[in-house]
Write a protein that binds this ligand. Sequence first.
Ligand code: CTP
Length: 373
Amino acid sequence: MQIYLVGGAVRDELLGLEIKDRDWVVVGATPDDMLKQGYKQVGADFPVFLHPGSREEYALARTERKQGRGYHGFEVYSAPDVTLEDDLKRRDLTINAMARDEQGLIVDPFNGQQDLEARVLRHVSEAFAEDPLRILRTARFAARFQPQGFRVCNQTMALMRTMVAEGEVDHLVAERVWQEIQRALEEHEPRAFFEVLRDTGALAILIPELVPDQAFTAAMTALHCVHQQDGSIEERFAALISPLPDHQSGPRIQALKAPNDCKNLALLVAAVLPALTRSGEQKAPALSADELYAVLDTADLWRRPERFSLLLNVLACILEPADQEIVHTLQRAANSASGVEPKALMAQGFTGRVLGEAIRQERLRRIQQAITS
Ligand code: CTP
């Protein structure tokens, strides 16, 4: 049997990047050979094994043929006669389809090294089209490697457009889409991910509200700003979704199956934004103490002070420069109102609903004081 390092590890090694995980391909072996050598089988759909020492993944060389639509339904063929080249051929991009043998020699039947040097993301073969998730992966690699000058080549863009036009993206499972979006939001240049998706038509299916120029530019500007500040995934997602009007953001966030933390912050931004930017007005309104209190209350500042900070970070990235004062005002209001101690009021004899009202009044009084001082 021969063993090769493959995929992202070879790519990253040639790019001089840190290697996160190593994947290996084994040629000329059967599952029995692997088990006898102490490997543990982990893959249910195809023969993948864990190395007894390193715990790295060793997959028997395989070919794959698509059966149905979407991500499911691959017919996998794995046997000792499957060659390394067969295995590399089923992969997505040429830069991901190289191998390194045990002597350190690079095996590169699809000119991945040439594409690495030319900074090109190119599909290996027409088999790329068998897996629509690859559209998102390619967009994600564009987001990761754009700072080094990589771009998706025209032929691959054309192939992805055809895949989208044929309805391939309609059948992707929301969880897989979310995984790619989340990873893209964390890449160096998330904007490139969404540009590739928009150019291929995939964005019109996944987040159609962001396709119009105005919404797209607003989302990308907000995202860039949050990214510059090294914002969390929640902040990034909320920035992305922020151009969607209130009635659209809820259903879209739901459809994307974003996890709760991401979902809640994005919904919160959508909920408070209308009060901060009254439509049609040139300048943001000066909020009254009652209105400020309502924003703090909607944000549940009282129980979720950390999330309130995230909210302010996102607002600072989406409000116009002329409206930034609101962020400072909210911060001042929050600092003052959160100083109210329910215990102190309880000590004064307040209980039940009267206590609740007393807390509210005291918070309002402090907000009023903060905005007039
Ligand atoms: N691969 C593929 N098509 C997919 C998923 C994976 O062709 N839909 C192949 C690629 O050759 C890829 C390898 O499997 O390099 C390993 O996949 P994965 O670990 O997901 O990606 P990496 O390329 O290692 O990238 P990352 O750095 O993001 O982990």
